[in-house]
Design a protein around this ligand. Sequence first.
Ligand code: ADP
Ligand code: TZD
Ligand code: MG
Length: 577
Amino acid sequence: MGSVETEVSQSQETTDGFNLVIEALKLNGIDTIYGLPGIPITDLTRKAQAAGLRVISFRHEQNAGNAAAIAGFLTQKPGICLTVSAPGFLNGLTALTNATTNCFPMILISGSSEREIVDLQQGDYEEMDQLAIAKPLCKQAFRVLHAEDIGVGIARAIRAACSGRPGGVYLDLPAKLFAQTVDAAAGKRSLIEVVDPAPKQIPGADAVKRAADLLKGAKKPLIVLGKGAAYAQADAEIRALIEKTGIPYLPMSMAKGLLPDTHELCASAARSFVLPGADVVMLIGARLNWLLSHGKGKTWGGKSSKDWGGQKFIQIDISPQEADSNVRTDAPLVGDVGSCVSALMAALGTPAKPPAEWLNAIAEKKKGNIAKMAETLAKNPSPMNFHSALNVVRDIVKANPDAILVNEGANALDFTRSIVDMYKPRKRLDVGTWGIMGIGMGFSVAAAVVTKQPVIAIEGDSAFGFSGMEVETICRYNLPVCVVVMNNNGVYGGKDVNPTGGPDVAPTVFVKGARYDKLMEAFGGVGVHATTPDELRKAMEEAIRSRKPTLINAVIDEGAGTESGRITSLNPTAKKK
Ligand code: ADP
Ligand code: TZD
Ligand code: MG
């Protein structure tokens, strides 16, 4: 601290750790903080608001963290989550780890207790070695001990979050740091405006040629678009690639809408035909993880559950380590999506369309499946099932293509993904790589704050419970969020019974006939109880029109769902008679 005192004596004006953190964030274009106040960061939230940052306070740090993460996905700037020490930090950590898993840029900033006491484990208030705990769970973790290092700390955190494969970064700010004073001019000079935080990564010419040659030789090519493609904001390049080559594509969940789901080359309605049928598959910002059955097994036409289906893979990814993660990658193309797709287009010249046989077979499959779905959607059973309710949501989203759709649950997730078409990029936000419950209200708040567009959150009743208290946050900031709780009385449904006949209900079952709409009314929002598609439609239309915080309790047949939705096969206890 000696040098700090010398600097202070050099001029009258001083600044402190609080101000330097705020100024460093502002200098780097950060305009919003998602957090929850308390020792030692309460004044940081106040001063940030006073300095013109938008501070969105939540009821639980995990929801603030999820908000920050999805803000990062939507804007390519790291979303900032601010928490108190130990328990607040841990509450935010799940969101930070989830962000890292999903490749979303985010920075969790947590205050921490006094280093000397923590390191000697002398029992400080909210004592915890947060840096050590965060390290294995995020992309990178830093601690700043001196106010004059805040500029470097924030700069390093931003670069780590955004560059290469984006991810979550932890920044540990001990309580003592905030009150440290330094000479104002020296403090200002110590701040860093990060130049080019996510540098373009240009693929090598040989890698481009290898990929182009493989694609040109394909008889049954397929493109798989993942959320990395959506994140990259290379929408025009991707569209041009698909339309110029005429290659059918399959969007992963959060890549839906990169091109409209109604596009003639969209193969979503023929998924189980194109995956085993394709000979060359080009992954663009999508990993061959469990969501794609690891690129092998029966899904891909393999003879047994672990057999390779014979496809050749081209993989466009910013991470050089991603290729060969599950099956061999014949043509890895390492770089950012925009640069890779542009380079590939140049190398392809004027490509011939894929063989008509392949395209016609896909079109035929699509036609059949779409007709079958239309039949199911036209039914009007009582009580509502997922299909009759989601038929309404499908129309509302079609009429409001700029609205953001947030989605979580099991059946409530799977049915929404397959029934509700998306028309524009980055409009569908969901449970992502982990299939995590609890993102709903955090994502909804940030989506509304960042885009100013209406948000429609389609929530399983169980899923909603993980972040449901944030309806107060939605009301407090008067956000245009319409939550639809698909209420089937429990996890996957409400029909399980306690086999012992005892008074406890089965582990998957909730209070029957719960009125989630009342929860929204408690905070001044609009609550609607909807038992028919007509009631649901009217309520959703009104919510979009009024932009008032709304929660619709959509009563769904408690027997309409299936165990684990569409991933029953992953459930080791699901082998019921
Ligand atoms: P999905 O779940 O939609 O299949 P994943 O999360 O599995 O998508 O894959 C996203 C991939 O995108 C990651 O491997 C990540 O490295 C990659 N990625 C993220 N941003 C970019 C980018 N700008 N350019 C290229 N690849 C990217
Ligand atoms: N906890 C967390 C954090 N993530 C999870 N994915 C789960 C638990 C397990 N889980 C699922 O995978 S889906 C789900 C849970 C608890 C809820 C399903 O019930 P729901 O949806 O009401 O949200 P449906 O429509 O009834 O199927
Ligand atoms: Mg449910």
